[in-house]
Design a protein around this ligand. Structure first.
Ligand SMILES: [Fe+2]
Length: 547
């Protein structure tokens, strides 16, 4: 039986001298002597490997180029990675890829091949003229990877034509120093989207967090039968921005925002979850909520659409399940021996924002704020408001103290820091309540917060216009309506009970009021250091969260 090679079942000694057409011919002959099912089983893909279909695949290869690639962590970032890519570039005539597969190894000679799955995002028939509705998205979950290891990979739609090489690195085992980056609100059509992704890459994070609002395929969240403003081709534009500029090597860990609610066949998330396979936890009652841990930090991606008093497209759809799940997750991370020191929450809408556009969302604040207090959540990262704002440490809905730029916060005693990092590329919101500097506009109106009426919870309530004067005062520590990227450096404890820290910096590239002009030397616009006495390290070694 021929050996499996990175090039399908072509002996390695032949590959270096073969052109793609010769590979086609070789494989066509080989599959002509084999059962279709056997050939399919070896690669773990659908049974499509007949000689006739191989000739079809050769034709498809010319019209179905390998699209952009992007990656995301699986449930265990030290051992699992999702690889995804588009099978085509939205030509409008895309056909299911005959043999989607990836090759993987410690260098660009690879050494193993495995099959991938392909899925097509459903689009209602009333949406027409959008070539992306026929795009197929492929993905595979790589498991059993070694921790702290760089892998090279390539992808293919047919096992013959392969992408260029790319590489990623798994999470280190146990505790380590690492950097992650974060922002929200990118927008495929924004001229600053690509520079902001390149800024992420230049910061060399272990992974990047997206606080919702990725492609903006919908101008506002909409559901069938309303398809107003739905342009799914924006997803392919977006993936073309993030993939080659960063996400093909940097895990892109995404939360859903209101713009991810699309007129599809479910609660609106089919497009998001098909394109972004992540370790979603359906026990949350949501298809987009998930969490993962990296070193001594837990990251929880929530769905604010469930609770937002402003964006009501998915009001109350988990029936309280998400908030119950959050309480259990936080209790687990804060339990003795969990191995977790810091807890970071990522969602789209802001619990606290003094921007006049969108502003504070009392729906999230009221439901989750008490849990963030009880379990000492260290950092909440959001977007939605297209600007940057950091709060002073908050507890019980009020700041506990001032935390100037460059300061240090002890979350265990001071409370939770909320950061809006919505300057990820889309047009900025430049007006704030009160007096401002830095070229931003101010408003003499008192800060407002969105609240529910008709009930204390999303179930049975309804969002009212921003007409409630906010009772929280003095929460804003730093704000500026600019494009910016959070860069967070986590320092692991060096001894049991030693200090662990997160240096949180807002990196601001050179820019005009409407566009990024250079990412070469980003300035540190704002910073704060969060510190804790570590519980994650014992004399016997790092604790590991038991699940
Ligand atoms: Fe947004």
């Amino acid at each position: 039986m021929p050996m499996e090679t990175p090039h399908g079942e072509i002996p390695e000694r032949f590959v270096k001298d073969m052109r793609p057409q010769e590979m086609h011919d070789f494989l066509a002959q080989r599959y002509g002597r084999r059962s279709v099912l056997k050939g399919a089983a070896i690669l773990g893909v659908a049974a499509v490997a007949s000689p006739v279909l191989w000739r079809q695949s050769a034709a498809l290869a010319a019209t179905m180029p390998i699209g952009p690639r992007w990656i995301s962590f699986g449930a265990d970032p030290a051992a699992q990675m999702y690889l995804s890519w588009s099978a085509g570039t939205a030509t409008g005539k895309s056909t299911a890829p005959p043999r989607p597969q990836v090759r993987l190894g410690l260098d660009a000679t690879y050494g193993s091949v495995q099959g991938a799955s392909a899925a097509q995002v459903p689009v209602p028939a009333t949406v027409s003229g959008e070539p992306a509705e026929n795009t197929f998205y492929n993905n595979v979950l790589l498991s059993g990877l070694a921790p702290g290891t760089t892998y090279h990979y390539g992808v293919s739609n047919d096992g013959v034509t392969w992408s260029a090489d790319a590489a990623f690195t798994t999470a280190a085992a146990g505790l380590s120093n690492f950097r992650f980056t974060a922002f929200g609100d990118e927008a495929a059509s924004a001229t600053s989207a690509a520079p902001m992704v390149k800024l992420v890459t230049s910061l060399s994070p272990a992974f990047h967090l997206i606080a919702g609002d990725l492609a903006y395929a919908t101008t506002v969240g909409v559901k069938i039968p309303d398809v107003t403003g739905f342009h799914p081709a924006q997803w392919d534009n977006y993936l073309g921005v993030i993939g080659p500029n960063g996400a093909q090597s940097i895990p892109w860990q995404a939360s859903a925002g209101a713009h991810e609610v699309e007129p599809l066949t479910d609660d609106g998330y089919a497009g998001f979850i098909t394109r972004f396979p992540q370790p979603y936890d359906l026990t949350s009652g949501s298809p987009v909520v998930h969490a993962f841990t990296y070193g001594n930090v837990a990251f929880i991606h929530l769905d604010g659409n469930d609770l937002s008093a402003q964006e009501t497209i998915n009001t109350g759809y988990t029936g309280g399940a998400q908030t119950a799940w959050l309480g259990n997750a936080l209790a687990s991370y804060r339990s003795p021996g969990s191995g977790i020191d810091f807890i970071v929450v990522v969602c789209n809408c802001c619990c606290y924002s003094s921007n006049t556009n969108h502003g504070s969302d009392g729906g999230l604040r009221d439901a989750w704020g008490p849990l963030f207090d009880e379990y000492q959540v260290d950092l909440v990262i959001s977007g939605h408001v297209h600007a940057y704002e950091r709060t002073n440490p908050m507890r019980g809905g009020q700041p506990t103290r001032q935390a100037a730029t460059g300061g240090t916060v002890n979350p265990a005693t001071d409370g939770t820091t909320y950061i809006c990092a919505g300057g990820g590329g889309n047009d900025l919101y430049r007006t704030w309540y009160g007096t401002t500097g830095g070229g931003d506009a101010g408003s003499s109106t008192a800060p407002k917060v969105w609240r529910w009426s008709g009930g204390d919870t999303p179930e049975g309530g309804s969002g009212k216009p921003v007409d409630y004067t906010d009772t929280a005062e003095g929460y804003s520590a730093f704000r500026h309506a600019v494009f910016s990227c959070l860069a967070v450096d986590v320092s692991a404890p060096s001894a049991p009970g030693g200090q662990t820290s997160m240096l949180v910096r807002a990196m601001m590239p050179s820019q005009t009021s409407s566009a990024v002009t250079s990412i070469a030397s980003p300035a540190t616009m704002d910073s704060v250091t969060l510190v804790r006495a570590s519980q994650a390290l014992t004399a016997a070694g790092p604790r590991v969260l038991s699940s």
